[in-house]
Write a protein that binds this ligand. Structure first.
Ligand code: FAQ
Length: 314
């Protein structure tokens, strides 16, 4: 066993990609099921805050773009559930965990979308944060996950741009529109920084995940990257960052920023955020109402299989 683990670590250190049939430590498999499924659930639950605005977009062009984006998120969920299934867990089991409230998904999707500007901000900040995290994941050690990330990142990049374009339009619009954009930034900035997970000192999985190249950068490193990029983009928009402690630090070559309210983060993760109950209820409703579709798909597949067997017999 020790030899197998050493060989495995050597493969990782050489930069080799691990495939589903390769030997892997049980903890590596479990960590991937945990992370990939949390990621898949985030994509699916992440459709809800934006779905809330599909019937209320300001123009037809915005509606087409938002519809495409929300559908992309469903697609991302599907690639990721498929990647998780290669590790020996079934999709039904994963959905059961989500619907029962046992599985985690990103804290950010437990916040409400109160104005149209929130749709711009999700693209700009939430997809922006997702790209920073996921570009790293395209080089992660597990093949099916890393490959899924390549396509997802291309799509996230379009999502980020459509969000930034909405922000740009609002910021160049009337004073009320600009205020709407500022209010949205004020509400979403801190939760966006929380997306990267707890500070490194409190992150239970980072050390082992870095050794196995499941993570290539720590939560704090990625969060810093997000701050550095976003502060510059906010200048272009003419918005004020809702953090008086943001200041360029010449010595570090990065922006310093203020304290994150980790108490709020853990409350949201534990199920007490503003929309946790609403999100789970929506997922359960969709699951129950979709039962006839799943039954019809199985019945159709069985019919087709029976036809094929008959054709072979003839
Ligand atoms: N929310 O030891 P760490 C998107 C949990 S996709 C809730 O640091 P790790 C696209 C963590 O699970 C967004 N829980 O954990 C989109 C662990 O609990 P556990 C999702 C969180 O895994 C855009 C505990 O805290 N992206 O946005 C969060 O090493 C727009 C200790 O934490 C991914 O999932 C959180 N924010 O690092 C869709 C990317 N952070 O499992 C729609 C893949 C941490 O022991 C619209 N995931 N926790 O019970 C990752 O890269 C990592 O899992 C991290 C966390 C970096 C999120």
């Amino acid at each position: 066993m020790q030899d197998l683990e050493k060989d495995f670590q050597d493969r990782i250190d050489r930069g080799e990609v691990i495939e589903p049939r390769d030997w892997m430590p049980e903890k590596y498999r479990k960590t991937h099921i945990r992370q990939i499924s949390q990621h898949a659930h985030s994509e699916i639950v992440g459709m809800l805050p934006e779905g809330n605005w599909l019937t209320r977009t300001p123009t037809l062009r915005r509606k087409v773009a938002l519809l495409a984006k929300v559908q992309d998120e469903a697609g991302h969920g599907l690639y990721l559930y498929s990647a998780a299934e290669t590790l020996g867990i079934s999709r039904d089991e994963l959905f059961e965990q989500l619907n029962a409230g046992k599985a985690k998904y990103s804290s950010i999707f437990n916040y409400p979308t109160l104005s149209w500007a929130d749709i711009g901000i999700i693209g700009w900040l939430v997809d922006g944060a997702a790209i920073i995290n996921q570009v790293m994941l395209t080089r992660t050690s597990y093949g099916p996950y890393a490959r899924a990330m390549v396509k997802i990142c291309k799509e996230e990049s379009f999502h980020q741009r459509q969000g930034f374009e909405i922000m740009m339009t609002l910021c160049n619009g009337t004073a009320v529109q600009k205020q709407m954009a500022q209010d949205s930034l004020n509400r979403w900035w801190w939760p966006s920084l929380m997306m990267f997970g707890p500070p490194d000192a409190e992150s239970t999985h980072t050390e082992q995940s870095m050794k196995w190249k499941i993570k290539l950068k720590t939560n704090d490193e990625l969060r810093q990257q997000m701050v550095d990029v976003t502060v510059e983009q906010a200048k272009v928009l003419g918005l004020t960052m809702p953090d008086p402690d943001i200041k360029w630090n010449e010595e570090r070559g990065h922006y310093d920023f203020g304290e994150i309210d980790w108490e709020e983060f853990w409350q949201v993760v534990k199920g007490y955020g503003p929309c946790n109950k609403e999100r789970l209820a929506a997922r359960n409703k969709a699951w129950d109402e979709g039962a006839w579709v799943r039954e019809a798909a199985v019945a159709y597949a069985e019919k087709q299989a029976a036809k094929r067997t008959q054709a072979i017999a003839v």
